[in-house]
Design a protein around this ligand. Structure first.
Ligand SMILES: Cc1ncc(COP(=O)(O)O)c(C=O)c1O
Length: 366
């Protein structure tokens, strides 16, 4: 089976973990601090805080902005459920706005109609690594927290994702472009947001063994073991990107010839993080549904994934917030399929996936 998105772990990551274990410092320490410093340089932003997960980063960023019960947060339905879950965790209500057909990012033209006097923040997602259209969202003058879990390398026009909003949240989950296994980052130029996230993440250290808690915080700090892996991955970010760029080019060339199979749009004005290669499968033109394609590719030993099922259609959200209709997202949820992409794959691995996709397509369109 060709794995969907295996991590690209080499001797550097293994050595970094061993060195950390030998250092005697396992929890948050010098490596987490070094990661924050280096990621701040990389993301061209003043403050970066290392956290236990991308989910924790989103949660604490919203909490730092004071989002709480009675508030509303506007977000995209085409995302990992964590994006909406953290809104619920703060006590606020998610307000889902439909996505654009081309790239499945939140449709900025539909956002103004969703704004009410309760809107406390907007939480857009950069799906697959394609930045959403941020300028019209920022123009509304409402605090913005970006879900940049897929967008570690993205630029919106020529500006690095990470420095553009009140807070930008990244994930270091096992499949991500910078993968530590688990972990997350909050990036911000606002020192009040950085201070609040720091207090919420663990606690405020005083001198010696003194400490104080200005808020009832969480346990969301990043261990140095994971920080060390993330640092080794950061060293390879460009090399890994080159491999994924070749994989994207192989898929682009192949799907251009397959009726009914279209990749998500990538805006040439932006830098795409090349995190996920998502295609849409139009059942009428491609001769079978996305689910049929996924099963047939599995029979060909090619693992695929789905990014994403619309969050408002999942049981918890359907029951708690019934009656939501978002037609573009709902259609996309039936059509999207993500093909294997990873710096751990060789070009030949991707050629195998392409051959299998061509064979499956020929079968369904015969
Ligand atoms: C779009 C998106 N947002 C948030 C998350 C949550 O990140 P984490 O798994 O690090 O908590 C993920 C995935 O992992 C994601 O894909």
């Amino acid at each position: 089976m060709l794995s969907f998105q295996p991590p690209a772990i080499g001797d550097e990551e293994i050595d970094a973990v061993v060195e950390t274990l030998r250092s005697g410092w396992l929890t948050t320490g010098p490596r987490a601090v070094e990661l924050e410093r280096r990621m701040a340089d990389y993301l061209e932003v003043e403050h970066v805080l290392a956290l236990a997960s991308g989910t924790a980063a989103l949660h604490l960023a919203l909490a730092a902005l004071g989002v709480g019960p009675g508030d509303e947060v506007i977000t995209s339905p085409i995302t990992w459920p964590a994006t909406a879950n953290v809104i619920v965790h703060t006590g606020a209500a998610p307000v889902f706005v439909d996505v654009r057909d081309a790239d499945l990012n939140i449709d900025p033209e539909l956002v103004p109609a969703a704004v009410t006097e309760r809107t406390k923040a907007i939480l857009p997602v950069h799906l697959a690594g394609q930045p959403c259209d941020l300028d019209p969202i920022h123009a509304l003058g409402i605090p913005v927290v970006e879900d940049a879990a897929h967008a570690a390398e993205s630029r919106y026009r020529d500006r690095k994702i990470g420095s553009l909003s009140d807070a930008t949240c990244f994930s270091l989950y096992a499949t991500k472009n910078i993968a530590a296994g688990e972990g997350g980052l909050v990036a911000t130029n606002r020192s009040d947001v950085a201070d609040a996230v720091r207090d919420l993440r663990l606690m405020r250290r005083g001198d010696g063994s003194l400490y104080d808690i200005p808020v009832a915080g969480y346990k969301a700090n990043l261990s140095d073991i994971l920080g060390a892996i993330a640092l080794a991955q950061l060293d390879k970010v460009e090399r890994h990107r080159e491999r994924r760029a070749r994989q994207f080019a192989l898929y682009d060339e192949a799907v251009a010839e397959l009726d009914g199979i279209e990749p998500l749009a990538r805006d040439p004005r932006d830098t795409h993080a090349l995190h996920l290669y998502v295609v849409r499968i139009d059942a009428d033109e491609a001769g079978a549904s996305r689910d049929d394609y996924q099963r047939a590719l599995a029979d060909e030993n090619i693992a695929t994934s789905i990014h994403f099922l619309p969050v408002h259609t999942l049981t918890y959200y359907r029951e708690r917030f019934p009656g939501i209709s978002l037609p573009v997202a709902e259609r996309a949820g039936r059509e999207v399929l993500s093909l294997p992409v990873s710096p751990a794959h060789s070009d030949d691995d991707i050629r195998d996936a392409v051959t299998a996709l061509r064979r499956v397509h020929a079968h369904f369109t015969a």
